[in-house]
Design a protein around this ligand. Sequence first.
Ligand code: ATP
Length: 231
Amino acid sequence: MGLIIDDVKKKFGHHTAVNGISLSVEKGSMFGMLGANGAGKTTTFRMILGLLDPTEGSVTWEGASLSYKRTNVIGYLPEERGLYPKLTVKEQLIYLMRLKGMKKNEIVKAMRMWLERFEVPEYENKKVEELSKGNQQKIQFIAAVMHQPELLILDEPFSGLDPVNTDMLRGMVRDLQEAGTTIVFSSHQMSNVEELCEELVMLKHGEAVLQGNLKEIKRSYGVKNVNIRSD
Ligand code: ATP
């Protein structure tokens, strides 16, 4: 079953942010959402998460709305990163992951494993405000994945990262998919989607202007025509 988005629309007053998008993301796959600023990516994610109700249409994960599923089913990296600056990384992760139902000792164990993977074990007792934006992003990514969600939604996970960290994060995202996580992520850049996904959708002004298998899209349209400019 996986994730099914069926003809969803979202209007804010007279403004239509998402205008009839349908997607099917198979369980265990990685799906890319491309689009320029304002294309409707974040609004679509918020409808998947059950944070916003679609004006029309429906979103289901394994046959039911995510609004009715336990919060530990899903992991979310929001585009607006939001950590508490005065907390240490450890305090921050304990606070967030207890909301997902994890026990403190499980959280500390998983946190140390992830900090090691990012090669920053010394961050455990640093305050969030002492870390650079890119490093805060790593902590927010860890908060999205530590509880081993079935479905992982990553809003612009690679934005603001340097090439070394982008590569590192891509490797981790790929490993999570290989371990069975279903992943949907958005990006402004085709290179990230190309590297990781077989299936993608390209949004423009709230509509899906291209969607399907990446290789087939390139065959049909030519690589040069696959761009995300909003004009
Ligand atoms: P970005 O990468 O800039 O966040 P996006 O593709 O995620 O772009 P959305 O944030 O989904 O785009 O926004 C789509 C459109 O809907 C934009 O025109 C935006 O201004 C509008 N919009 C989003 N949320 C609201 C809201 N709560 N009220 C009114 N308009 C909104």
